[in-house]
Design a protein around this ligand. Structure first.
Ligand code: BES
Ligand code: MN
Ligand code: ZN
Length: 495
């Protein structure tokens, strides 16, 4: 979507787009809007021609000099737009309406969206990308989408150009992550994904990277990643991207780690015919981590970040790992595989230990890890787990309140510590036939953090949605990108 900037309304043919609070007199530019509407703004609201109800859209026409113009208004409600994700929802709903009605140009009167406690430019920028996101699809009749053709004028007294450019990056990074997740698994193989990542970051400043292919992984002892990927023709990759801003390069990095199972059949512990479709999304943790470091590096935040994504495909063949196999992890700990469908924790074991070698101040991993977290928390809360105190989670909790990406802490305790050591033949086991599976899986990964402060995000429920929302269509969400980027932006990240 393209924008141009004006400091006041100029008469053009474009539709006029405004935000409308319950009390129009509170508008920063009441006079300007009222004059455009021939002094009838309040009457139009009273008569229900334009609605101020939160997120409700009404459209009408108005005579300006000799011409007739379209007016589109979106309700800001009483207080709703100024609370929580209110402004994001407003712009999400608005852009989705404009797209649906094919209104690809207009003059958005930004002063009508100025409400206390919200950065309307930030909300507009993020949602101009996220809300109308569409996967560049494989439909043979696909033309240029609304996002490519739309062009709006942003008219207002506040200089928002820099904010819009800055926060558009977050929207673009969400779209980037979604593109990775949506791409069919016969194309988005570990090798393909690693190659795409290398292409994308080759132009980013202060970024370096490394790709380990299957030979290197084998030689260097990444036994768990290799075990998960060995039945696939498309062999595993471990990608590390480092972003070191000059002001922060002497600080310990923050490590972001993502589960990148490009397709999860379950292996010999095979999934059912209804459980297997959608498992292309099993690399969404990795996709979102790439989205995070993409935004952070494009915004040139003064921070030091290591992103690690473990890419493998969990398939079945004569060489596949079986239940009862034992493998030696990169950390040296041995693991008995009791369920080949519990593969995410295996690749993350090696990837998290790999991340710990950079002496990070904290490791955060993101994974579509367990069905159990969905049973416990539903599809609107990400499960989080840590090896530190509850206090340690506070900055994250606060930022998540702001962004509306809800998180809920689940426990890891002696019960799980005992269960992950229940193998008769190896140091650890990846599965026991007991309930409490989200905590078990988290505890397994914890064994590879090497004592580093660590937070695990189980996004199995939040990584995708099965119907559209104001934040985007059905499918991959890019969850946690907004929250983690905000955590870095506000400097709330632990040093
Ligand atoms: N990728 C799945 C988890 C998942 C399930 C994500 C549904 C999104 C939607 C993971 O690899 C898996 O198969 N987990 C198993 C573990 C079990 C076999 C111990 C699960 O949760 O059922
Ligand atoms: Mn699985
Ligand atoms: Zn999986």
């Amino acid at each position: 979507m393209k924008f141009q900037y004006r400091d006041k309304y100029i008469a053009t043919d474009e539709p006029i787009i405004i935000g409308l609070p319950k009390d129009p007199a509170t508008l920063l530019n009441f006079e300007e809007v009222d004059t455009l509407l021939n002094g009838q703004l309040e009457e139009m609201v009273e008569k229900g021609i334009l609605s101020a109800e939160f997120k409700k859209i009404t459209a009408t026409g108005v005579h300006i000099q000799q011409d007739y113009r379209k007016v589109v208004a979106i309700g800001l409600g009483d207080q709703e737009a100024s609370e929580g994700t209110g402004m994001l929802e407003v712009f999400g709903t608005l852009f989705q309406y404009l797209k649906q009605c094919d209104i690809a140009e207009g003059q958005i009167l930004m002063d009508t969206f100025e409400v206390k406690g919200q950065n309307s430019a930030e909300a507009l920028a993020i949602m101009s990308e996220a809300s109308i996101y569409e996967f560049y699809s494989y439909k043979t009749n696909a033309g240029p989408g609304f996002a490519e053709t739309a062009h709006f004028s942003l008219t207002g007294t506040r200089d928002i150009k820099n904010d819009v450019a800055y926060y558009s990056t977050v929207g673009e990074s969400i779209a980037l992550a979604r593109n990775f997740s949506e791409t069919p698994p016969n194309i988005m193989t570990p090798e393909h994904m690693a190659g795409k990542i290398a292409d994308i970051f080759s132009t980013h400043e202060h970024v370096t990277g490394e790709i380990k292919d299957e030979q290197v992984l084998e030689e260097e002892g990444y036994g768990l990643i290799m075990a998960v990927g060995k039945a696939s023709e498309a062999k595993p990759r471990l990608v590390t991207i480092e972003y070191a801003h000059p002001e922060a390069k002497n600080h310990k990095p923050v490590a972001l780690v993502g589960k990148g199972i490009t397709f999860d059949t379950g292996g010999y512990s095979i999934k059912s015919k209804t459980g297997m479709p959608e498992m292309k999304y099993d690399m969404s943790g990795a996709a979102n981590v790439i989205g995070m470091i993409h935004a952070i590096s494009k915004m040139k935040l003064p921070v030091h970040v290591i992103a690690v994504v473990a890419l493998a495909e969990n398939m079945v063949d004569g060489n596949a790992m079986r239940p009862d196999d034992v493998y030696t992890s990169y950390s040296g700990q041995t693991v008995e595989v009791k369920n080949t469908d519990a593969e995410g924790r295996l690749v993350l074991g090696d990837a998290v230990f790999h991340a710990s070698q950079y002496s990070p101040s904290i490791i955060m991993d993101f994974a579509t890890l367990t069905g159990a977290v969905v049973a416990a928390l539903g599809t609107e809360r990400t499960g989080i787990f840590t090896n530190k105190s509850n206090e340690f989670l506070k900055p994250l909790m606060e930022v998540s309140e702001q962004t509306g990406e809800a998180v809920w802490q689940l426990p890891i305790s002696d019960v799980e510590e005992r269960n992950v050591r229940a193998s008769a033949v190896a140091d650890l086991t990846n599965h026991v036939e007991k309930p409490g599976r989200a905590s078990f899986a988290a505890c397994f990964i914890k064994q590879f953090a090497n004592g580093t402060p660590w937070i695990h995000f189980d996004i199995a429920g939040t990584g995708t949605v099965d119907s559209p929302t104001a934040f985007g269509p059905k499918g991959a969400t890019g969850v946690m990108i907004r929250t983690i980027v905000k955590l870095f932006e506000t400097g709330e990240i632990h040093e």
